[in-house]
Design a protein around this ligand. Structure first.
Ligand code: CP
Length: 315
């Protein structure tokens, strides 16, 4: 049984295959009905708010010929004490796969261990692998236009700067995924926000070197970057720290002055939702360098390719 809980659950060769498949699905969208999930029902379980992930997975399962079953975690017996293990065992009797957005990454691992169907991480407090893979696909579309078979190769050696909350799940995904795909990841955030022990341990478990760098100097991270990335400074569940975080992270706002230090051809990316005036200026969000809505669209195509890959692996 194959799962996609973290970036390294796909080998680099499989990631290249998923990129090529996503490009095909994108080009062919609306021309022919998909069948990769025909006769299948996939559960989409959310413990947290979502706009992009929820809708793109629901539409994606439908477009692959499957039935998306939306599950608000609060509506399940899970919220009244039924165990994750029993929920996974029971839902595996009805469903062919599961997409889960949750708080603790361990819930995903337990669900995958106890169930008998593929599980996809739609964001946990540790990682956001569907977003990372989509971000790399979106960048590769620009580096190797019209050559999907070259997308993975086109990413190698590129420099990505990640600014702001460098200890968040999105930053962790860049640390892990960047090491796996040969992308240089330069993180810049406040002291104390360097990537933690858990993501370093994951690199070790995957046999990957620590290829990222961490600095408190945003200019150093952005200099000569091919892409500049940021995420919200106050993630879901961290509202109590809002005032402190806004003050601490102010020097890391991606604005026109900072973006000008990157390569002239550099792109700006953000997983959204954005908070203009906080982690990024309104000017940068709307600039020609910003490719945020292509990123958002590509969630659909890349996730469809991931689901089809997992379904095919199951046979
Ligand atoms: N980027 C992202 O995961 O968006 P949602 O929270 O809206 O799903």
């Amino acid at each position: 049984m194959r799962h996609f809980l973290k970036e390294t659950d796909l080998s680099p060769a499989e990631t290249a295959q998923v990129f090529a498949a996503a490009a095909g699905l994108k080009a062919g969208r609306g021309r022919a009905a998909g069948s990769a999930l025909a006769q299948q029902s996939w559960g989409l379980m959310f413990f947290k708010k979502s706009t992009r992930t929820r809708v793109s997975f629901q539409v994606g399962v439908h477009e692959l010929g499957g039935l998306p079953v939306m599950l608000n975690a609060d509506d399940l017996q899970l919220s009244r004490g039924e165990t994750v293990a029993d929920t996974a065992r029971v839902l595996s009797r009805y469903l062919h796969g599961m997409v889960i957005r949750c708080h603790e990454h361990g819930l995903l691992e337990e669900f995958a261990r106890c169930g008998t169907m593929p599980v996809v991480n739609a964001l946990s407090d540790f990682l956001h692998p569907c977003q990372f893979l989509t971000d790399m696909f979106t960048l590769a579309e620009r580096f190797a236009p019209g050559r999907p078979d070259q997308y993975a190769a086109a990413l190698k050696g590129r420099k990505v700067a990640f600014l702001g909350d460098t200890a968040c799940n999105m930053a962790n995904s860049f640390v892990l995924g960047g090491a796996a795909l040969g992308v240089e990841v330069a993180l810049a955030g406040p002291a104390g926000y360097e990537p933690g022990a858990a993501i370093r341990a994951q690199l070790q478990r995957d046999g990957l070197p620590e290829t990222f760098s961490f600095s408190t100097d945003p200019a150093a991270a952005v200099r000569d970057a091919d892409m500049v990335y940021t995420d919200v400074w106050v993630s879901m569940g961290m509202e109590a720290e809002k005032a402190e975080r806004l003050k601490l992270m102010q020097p890391y706002q991606v604005n026109a002055r900072l973006l000008a230090l990157a390569k002239p051809s550099a792109y700006f990316m953000h997983c959204l939702p954005a908070h203009p005036g906080e982690e990024v200026s309104a000017e940068v969000l709307a600039s020609p360098q910003s490719i945020i809505f292509d990123q958002a669209e590509n969630r659909l195509h890349v996730q469809k390719a991931i689901l089809a890959h997992l379904a095919a692996a199951r046979g």
